[in-house]
Design a protein around this ligand. Structure first.
Ligand code: SF4
Ligand code: SF4
Length: 126
């Protein structure tokens, strides 16, 4: 908590901010969510570096319901905003946003999906 907030709370008895009625920009250096740019992603060329470094499996390869195609999914629900994927991505397809507003109406709204054009073998491997 910033010292100014603490002092204001003591003085006025009010401990909350007017947000969301008034915008409340995050402090400088705030690290928000990762963002995935499908145009720059090289998953079709076999890159899976971000999937390997993501400990909570917020970035993962999934088989789509047709059982044949696969896709790269960035799911913000399990994401811990560590930024390791951004450091690891060789193409700059991932970067951190300073956006702290993460409310969504459904779990699917928290996902960014990049479809794979690669063929999948019968044992499910790319
Ligand atoms: S590390 Fe970057 S280029 Fe590689 S799959 Fe992940 S987002 Fe795509
Ligand atoms: S910020 Fe961390 S937890 Fe979130 S997708 Fe990247 S590596 Fe995974």
């Amino acid at each position: 908590m910033e010292l100014g907030w603490l002092l204001r709370g003591w003085r006025t008895g009010i401990v909350t901010t007017p947000y969301p009625t008034r915008p409340d920009p995050p402090p400088q250096g705030f690290r928000g969510r990762p963002q995935l740019d499908g145009e720059r992603c090289r998953i079709d060329d076999g890159c899976t570096v971000c999937v390997e470094v993501c400990l909570p499996r917020a970035l993962r390869l999934e088989t789509v319901p047709n059982g044949l195609d696969r896709r790269l999914v960035l799911d913000l629900l399990p994401c811990i905003m560590c930024g390791l994927c951004v450091q690891a991505c060789p193409t700059g397809a991932l970067h951190m946003q300073s956006d702290g507003e993460l409310a969504v109406r459904s779990p699917q709204d928290a996902q960014t999906i990049v479809p794979l054009e690669m063929e999948v073998s019968s044992d499910g491997h790319i």
